[in-house]
Design a protein around this ligand. Structure first.
Ligand SMILES: [Zn+2]
Length: 111
């Protein structure tokens, strides 16, 4: 266990943050929380979206948002407020794009 009784200290968490929020593209911060065993820790997340996330490259989030806004890839139906709908869909499309990139990288390693 790390100093101050935290599984992950604020400093450790902040040092691991890279990229932006996959939903809104905003900054990520270290959020004090507890893990599944109820131990105090810090996880990275977006305070605007109220989600824990490891973040994604800014260019991936921008591409995902463009796909959502132009209607090319919209995983979730429109059942919430406009901003929340765009950010939820952008977050999901970012996951899809990152999965595609991982599969492309695997295919590249195999060839
Ligand atoms: Zn966000």
């Amino acid at each position: 266990m790390s100093v101050a009784g935290y599984q992950v200290t604020r400093e450790e968490c902040e040092s691991r943050i890279s990229g932006v929020c996959p939903g809104c593209g905003g900054p990520l911060v270290a959020i004090e929380t507890v893990d599944n065993a109820r131990n105090p820790t810090h996880w990275s997340g977006c305070l605007h979206c109220c989600v824990f996330t490891d973040g994604c490259p800014p260019e991936t989030q921008r591409l995902a948002r463009t796909l959502v806004e132009e209607g090319t890839l919209v995983p979730y139906s429109r059942d919430s407020a406009e901003a929340l709908w765009i950010e939820s869909n952008t977050r999901r499309v970012t996951q899809i794009l990152r999965r595609i990139k991982a599969l492309q990288d695997l295919a590249g390693e195999a060839s």
